[in-house]
Structure formats: C-alpha cells, structure tokens
Design a protein around this ligand. Structure first.
Ligand code: PGA
Length: 252
C-alpha cells in the first residue's frame, strides 16, 4: 500500500504583521477553512505575536509554529528565544534553516542541525528548510547542496529523528521572486531527498512529509501538489493574503 502522508500547508509570515492585521487575517482564515479537516495547516508569525495568534487560533484546526529557535536551552544569550519558550506558547512546529536565516544570519548546516535537535527536545516538530542558490543550480550542484544540508541533521540525530520532522525544499531563486520551480523539477529534488532518507530507513522516508516552497500561489499550488513526492507547501508572500492562502489550502 502506498504511504498516506497528510498534506501540510505552512504559512510563513516572515517579518510581517501587526496586532490588528493579524486579527483580521486569522478571522478570515478561520471563517474560510473547510469544516472537514483535509490538510494540516499552520501559521508562523513573528515571535512577539505568538501569544496573540495562539489565542486567536484556539478551538480552530490551525496549528502554530515559529520561524526560528535558539540552539541553546537558556541563559545569557541576548536576543535568542529558547525552544521551551516556544512550546510554552503552544508552538507545534519550528522552521529551522530558512534560507533567509542562512544567508542573512550566517546559519551553517551544523547550527541548523543543532536547532533541529533543540526543537525536538522541547517536544516540537522541526521543519528543516533546504535549497540551492541560482548559481548552484546553474552549476548542476543542486542535489549535492541539499544533501549536505540534510546530512548535517541526519548524521547528528540519526534517521529515527526524522519520524518527527518535516522537510521543506525551497530553491532560493524561487523565494519571493515569482519564479517557481516547475512541478517536475521540484518533484525530482523531492524524490531524491526521500531516497536519501530511505537509504537509512525505508519506513521513515515513506512517511516523511516534504513541502515545496518558493512563490507558491493559488494558481500553481494544485500542479505542485499533484506530484507524488510533494506533500504540501511552505508559503511566504501568499500566506499574508487570506484568499490566496485559503485557495492553496483547498488545493492541498
Ligand atoms: P515565498 O516565500 O512564498 O514568498 O516565495 C517562501 C518562503 O520563503 O518560505
């Protein structure tokens, strides 16, 4: 029997939001979601709004996630946010290794792998983000790059840790640019990632959800989700527009 992986749509708000705008967006999402649970849906607001969003989501089918987490548990780390704190506010998911953190904050594969572990230690599910730059794609090194990103977490935590994890393949050249990988191109990378995990554990690989991210919109979501190894989306810009985000959720 083929594996049944429930579809997942994650809305990464990035550094966007305000009390009034968040409330308006969530009200529209709650009103527009199908009554029957079809896909798992989560939103990832900036840290200061986690409490507000947690309250506004209560009693809904939406889950809460955070955009980043410290690798450390507690102590003198000014500006950092510990995994236990995110769990305190009801976060179920944490993005680790988003390309904007890798590029703008110098996050290495090793650091991202430690953050992956920190999220799990607090009982949350990490969403490990992977992806190549335009130059790396043009040089033909896409798989080499994403395998290195994946292997850092695989070798530190072992394949069993991926039973409680999600992958998000986000080609950097497609993020916020309006360029999307074609469904076939994305599928090729997703399949390769799953095969990489399958070398260590077939069952974990079969159940592992792999999301696609990079300019996902209502107009291209269904074609992406039709691919056998694309299990959902990590949505940036379109997650701030209730109608777009709801349409992506329906497509999933
Ligand atoms: P985008 O962002 O949908 O705006 O391209 C995706 C992401 O960075 O998670």
């Amino acid at each position: 029997m083929p594996p049944v992986r429930s579809a997942f749509v994650a809305g990464n708000w990035k550094m966007n939001g305000a009390l009034a705008a968040n409330a308006a967006l969530l009200e529209k999402l709650r009103a527009g979601l199908p009554q029957r649970k079809t896909a798992e849906i989560a939103v990832f607001p900036p840290f200061p709004y986690l409490d507000q969003v947690a309250r506004l989501l209560s009693g809904s089918m939406l889950f809460l996630g955070a955009q980043d987490v410290s690798e450390r548990a507690a102590g003198a780390y000014t500006g950092e946010v510990a995994a236990s704190m995110l769990a305190d506010f009801g976060c179920r998911y944490v993005l680790v290794g988003h390309s904007e953190r890798r590029a703008l904050h110098g996050e290495t594969n090793a650091l991202v792998a430690r953050k992956f572990g920190a999220a799990q230690s607090a009982g949350m599910t990490p969403i490990l983000c992977l992806g190549e730059t335009r130059e790396e794609r043009q040089a033909g090194s896409t798989l080499e790059v994403v395998f290195q990103q994946l292997d850092a977490a695989l070798s530190l935590h072992g394949v069993a840790a991926f039973a409680n994890a999600v992958l998000a393949y986000e080609p950097i050249w497609a993020i916020g640019t309006g360029l999307t990988a074609t469904p076939e191109t994305a599928q090729g990378v997703h399949q390769a990632l799953r095969q990489r995990v399958a070398k260590d554990d077939l069952a974990v690989a079969a159940d592992l959800r792999i999301l696609y991210g990079g300019s996902v919109k209502a107009a291209n979501a269904a074609a992406l989700f039709a691919q056998p190894d694309i299990d959902g989306a990590l949505v940036g810009g379109a997650a701030l527009d209730a109608d777009e985000f709801l349409a992506i959720c329906r497509a999933a």
